[in-house]
Design a protein around this ligand. Structure first.
Ligand SMILES: NC(=O)c1ccc[n+]([C@@H]2O[C@H](COP(=O)([O-])OP(=O)(O)OC[C@H]3O[C@@H](n4cnc5c(N)ncnc54)[C@H](O)[C@@H]3O)[C@@H](O)[C@H]2O)c1
Length: 342
């Protein structure tokens, strides 16, 4: 089997996590990394012993020895880098969001098919056991026809000050729940209502709330606030190098049954002189053989799909294009203070 050569763009927290995971996946090797932050780039090269470094990501994209481009840079760069990488004949993994506009997302889907390359978006929840189990319960009819979905995803204010502020929260936190709702709904979204507020005073709001109406009658709501205090539970400690809280709930109400999942579960805790930690146990767990959990099965799955030459059925690009349509509509609905029909 071919040893796929990977180029990773973005060597921040999540890029380094991808590098760690790739080091435990067979049939692939990270050949190059790119970042505009030269210190990050150098430290990452040293830590992971990467052969090639680029301060200009376009040069990595044009490197003829690279088969796969993994985009883990700031959200606003995803669309441009993905489009260029596909045009250069590379397979592309794009961390969420696929882009920051529907138009870019459409272009990515069109080009992927034109150039016959594999493209997958990092919709990590689809690879997380609890969310996948809910999907199975829906598919096997245990819940009956769906009537309502309610999703929330709140983060620490310190994360907004640090990185969340660089994009509207619908593209950063909301996109996870839009993706889950679409995956579970199995029906097109027809209408979007939304409100937002800007409490922290940056360019983008730090909270929004939205209601989505689907063709099959399903009503879904999602909201996200980046306002939790420092004293919230520490549940992304260890692998992601982030102190703070992610608190995400989802409830699916069907005509025959309901399903719930709370990501900020309290079943496991560590009390120390300094604080209380509730390490998250599904997304990127520290295991005997490196990083496991959803991130490992997601990246492993993408490498398998490239080897098979088939688009992922778990996370097809088109779903992310539909998600972007909804994300853009939420931003518009909140800005215009009126519902948007899709
Ligand atoms: N799936 C998930 O649950 C999840 C979790 C965290 C982050 N992410 C995604 O991963 C991506 C990176 O997030 P992060 O937390 O690592 O952020 P980060 O700020 O730690 O890292 C981003 C890196 O990209 C670099 N960068 C910015 N512009 C660039 C450019 N033009 N060319 C090359 N490098 C550039 C920055 O210098 C930085 O090192 C984001 O898209 C984020 O949404 C996904």
């Amino acid at each position: 089997m071919k040893n796929l050569k990977i180029g990773v763009i973005g060597t921040g927290r999540f890029g380094r996590l991808h590098l760690e995971v790739f080091s435990h996946i067979d049939n692939c090797q990270v050949l190059g990394i790119a970042d505009i932050d030269k210190e990050n780039l150098k430290a990452t090269q040293k830590k992971f012993r990467v052969e090639r470094t680029y301060s200009d990501a376009m040069k990595l994209i044009q490197d003829k020895d690279i088969d796969v481009v993994d985009i883990v840079s700031d959200e606003s760069t995803h669309g441009t880098f993905a489009i260029e990488a596909i045009k250069n004949g590379k397979h592309v993994f794009i961390e969420k969001p696929i882009a920051t506009s529907f138009d870019e997302a459409v272009k990515i889907e069109e080009l992927a098919s034109l150039h016959n390359v594999q493209v997958m978006i990092g919709n990590i929840s689809r690879f997380s056991t609890p969310y996948f189990s809910i999907k199975e319960a829906i598919e096997n009819g245990a819940l009956g026809d769906l009537a309502m979905i309610r999703a929330k995803r709140n983060f620490s204010k310190s994360w907004f000050d640090h990185f969340g502020k660089r994009v509207h929260p619908v593209y950063e936190s909301g996109i996870h729940d839009i993706d889950l709702i679409l995956w579970y709904a199995n029906s097109p979204c027809e209408e979007v209502y939304a409100v937002e507020n800007n409490i922290s005073g940056y360019k983008y709001p730090d909270l929004f709330s939205a209601i989505l109406k689907f063709g099959n009658g399903l009503v879904a709501s999602l909201d996200s606030a980046w306002l939790y205090p420092k004293g919230g539970p520490q549940n992304l400690v260890e692998t992601l190098e982030l102190e703070g809280t992610i608190d995400a709930d989802i409830e699916i109400i069907g005509k025959k049954g309901t399903a719930n999942y709370k990501l900020n579960h309290s079943g496991y805790s560590i009390w120390t002189e300094k604080d209380v930690k509730h390490p998250e146990l599904t997304l990127w767990t520290t295991e005997h053989d490196g990083i496991g959990g959803a991130i490992r099965s997601e990246l492993q799955h993408f490498i398998f799909q490239i080897e098979k030459g088939e688009e992922s059925l778990v996370a097809p690009v088109h779903d992310s294009v539909e998600a972007m349509k909804i994300a853009d509509a939420i931003v518009q609905a909140a800005a215009k203070n009126k519902p948007i029909k899709l």
